[in-house]
Ligand binder design. Sequence first.
Ligand SMILES: [Zn+2]
Length: 138
Amino acid sequence: MKTKKCTNCNESKPATIEFFVSRKGTKSGIRNQCKDCKNKKLNKSRQKNPERRRELDRINYENNKDRIKKYIADYRASKPDYEKIKYKRKKDLITKSYVASSMRRRVSELDDRIYETQKLIIKIKRELNKTESWKEEN
Ligand SMILES: [Zn+2]
């Protein structure tokens, strides 16, 4: 099998689009950097400047909508249990972050109720004081 050396990590990998990002219009049809390096670079830029990266992702999506949608549809079709995996992932999420966020929501609702109750207590105390001083005066 024909291999290609990644210009970034210098590792030789099979010269296929499985290991290298495809690039139309070149002789080999693939980029000089392997997918691992490309993904690492992307992750780094995501961490460094998430907003800028999101914006670039959005622009890329707008420009390649049909291609991306087709890619996702093909990917799903190639994995018959994709929905099952997605569902399982969802279930895992429910047990962790979902519970955490719903707890946080409840705590903040509770905070609101505590605040309202404290306001009410202050109001009642004020009324009581008024009544007390009225009693003393009369
Ligand atoms: Zn590489």
